[in-house]
Design a protein around this ligand. Sequence first.
Ligand code: ZN
Length: 290
Amino acid sequence: MVCEWWGRGPVIVDFHTHIFPPEVIARREAFAARDPWFAELYGDPRAKMADADQLVAAMDADGVDVAVTFAFGWADQSIAEDCNSYVIEALRRYPGRLVGLAVVQPLAGARAIAEVERCARAGMRGVGELMPHGQGYRLSDTVLLAPLAEVAQALNLFVLTHASEPVGHLYHGKGNVGAADLYAFLLAFPALRVVAAHWGGGFPFYELMPEVQTAAANLWYDSAASLYLYRPNIFATVAAICGANKLLWGSDYPLISHRRMLAHACDGGLSDAALAQALGGNAQAFLGLA
Ligand SMILES: [Zn+2]
């Protein structure tokens, strides 16, 4: 089944997309030599990468109105800054179409905090995608992450973090950010708004525990790469446990096309109202979009 109404129905917001400056795409081997985690994800020349123009063209083709976008969790803060500058430029070129997040390396300390402030001044709305495994820290290292969480809250930014399944198949980029790491992070920063990517690596199940549900009051889930991880029924299952208001549809574009991820969501067993929330209504409310 595909959604008959997409393109003429509710606003569609893709909450998880990656873009890179054209020079990084053109010289990916050089960047792979500088960052082992980037090499794992993008070292293969067949691994898909996209710039801002390609993202917006794909959104237009598949009826996606708005995309939350960011580059990649570089280990090197200076590369992260260059990519953030590219995303900022893209926000200016495509007003109303893109929502930018700042990538920083928390191990860079004060420099990372200053970069979050710069990106917020330029109109970015959050920090992420955190890639703790690739960047060399744990999400549960709340001493390291406290300054980042504090500046994010002070600037009314949210944090989007990678998360992954402790079981199941291995894939490039899986990493080891599990439920225990995420829980420690939530407990340490209860007022911070957090989006856990890839369905939080299975964290929704633990929201059946009352104390975990309480800790997850400011936690949302994106569906990035879901097509490669779960049966479509994951949408209805997470909605049943956590509430349909916690679902933020995301693709992980350009890894997966919008069209294929829309079909996956539409097969997910949600009511029409819950599907409309997941595909865009929740993101609009979360981001305060008109
Ligand atoms: Zn991720």
